[in-house]
Design a protein. Sequence first.
Length: 355
Amino acid sequence: MSERNGSTAVRGATLLDVAERAGVSRATASLVLRDTGRVSEATRQRVRDAMAEVGYVYNRSAAAMRSNSTKTIGILVTHIGNPFFGELIGGLQEALGAAGYSCILASSGDDAAQQDRAIAELRSHKVGAVAIVPATTSRQDYSRELNELELPHVMLTRHSGDLGAPFVGPDNVLGGRLAMAHLIEHGARSFAYLGGSLAIHNRTERRRGMQDALAAAGIPTTALVDLPSGRGSQDGLRVGLELIDTHPLPDAILCHSDNIAFGVYRALRLRGLATTVRVTGYDDIATAELWEPPLTTISTRPAAIGERAAQHLLDQIEHGVNEGFVVMTPQLVIRESCGCTPDRLDALDATAPVV
């Protein structure tokens, strides 16, 4: 999986920017920043010059947290029972554990007030940093508030619109475009996007990608029915029945998550429409390939996001380095729910990136 730093808005220079400008590895740039390691003076000067050229600012307050915190990291998600978050947490814990850190896990219930209480509780345990999936109703300046608490942190999968905040998550615009473009290739011309809250940015971004694919194919955006819902499979069942009972059945259904897709599968079966509509999911959780038909979906590799977020946090608390907004490239995983037949799948590398 590749990654890139977001460039859709003005952001602070990162250590990766410095390394690329100086023509060195990110690890070497970090050694120069901390004035450690076996690095030649010529290379050190090249890195210092690159820092000045890109306007990189060293976050010394975050580095100072090392002497005032434990070797413990807080992980705060909206719903611990969500399979996606289970894989995300696993990636975080494995990478942080390898670096000698233990983790304290908490849940906000997707409620901003409960989120604040959880942060206060984690701070009482003197955690060195927090990895957080923000509640839907989080304040837009929430990252700034955490900075004021001198608490190193990284936002996971969701952001509040502040593209200067530390963040690791998938490119949702690309993910939406990949899913829609594949369905268009199948000949689909009417669509529904089901699930997810209108309040979260990742839903807005996915829809933007879908609209981009429609425009590229010359299909009007009115061809896409948009029905938001809650997060779980029961919500997918409800919104799936709502679509079937109140709208003409579309050629294809794009689901906000794999969990939503599982509920939509049930709705289609209850109405006697199983396998009559092309369906895609989002996330590629471990059970997605076990359903019938196996679910075509967008793989965001939550465990890899967790591993990358752990690196982001370790850079902050150990080196005072904040990489900012990191966006990871999703992949289209083609199975059968989109209408691909087994013989076609045999001819495809179903796990290769489709861009």
